[in-house]
Design a protein. Structure first.
Length: 114
C-alpha cells in the first residue's frame, strides 16, 4: 500500500482532492484477499490499519496529529473496519454462490470461523 501511495503522490501531487480520492479508492482500496481476514492475527490487522491511516495522511497531506475520524469524514472514505466487513461479506457471498468441491470446503471453513 505504501508503494502505491508514493507512486500516486509522485504522479498526481498537484491534482484536486476529488481526483485524489478517486485515485486512492481505485489503487489503494483493492484488497482482494481481505475476506480471508480470519487467517490473520490481530497484530497483523492492527499494523495494516496503521498502514492505511498513514497512507491516507501522506497522500492527502494531513499532519500526523490530525484526527483520522475527521480525515475520513472529510474525504468521504471508509474506515478500515468497514473495508474489512465489506470484504468479508463479499467473500461469503461469492463462496455461497459458487459450485465446486473447493467451494464446499471453503463454506465449511467460513461456518467454523464465524
Amino acid at each position: 500500500m505504501f508503494a502505491h501511495t508514493y507512486v500516486l503522490l509522485r504522479r498526481f501531487r498537484m491534482c484536486s482532492v476529488e481526483v485524489k480520492v478517486v485515485l486512492f479508492k481505485s489503487f489503494c482500496l483493492c484488497l482482494y484477499d481481505i475476506g480471508l481476514r480470519k487467517v490473520y492475527n490481530n497484530g497483523t490487522l492492527n499494523r495494516f490499519r496503521s498502514c492505511y491511516h498513514k497512507c491516507l495522511k501522506i497522500f492527502f497531506g494531513y499532519r500526523r496529529s490530525n484526527s483520522v475520524t475527521d480525515m475520513l469524514f472529510t474525504l468521504n472514505l471508509p474506515c478500515f473496519d468497514t473495508i474489512l466487513h465489506n470484504g468479508n461479506q463479499l467473500f461469503v457471498h461469492m463462496v455461497s454462490h459458487f459450485n465446486s468441491n473447493l467451494a464446499d470446503v471453503l463454506r465449511r471453513f467460513v461456518r467454523h470461523a464465524s
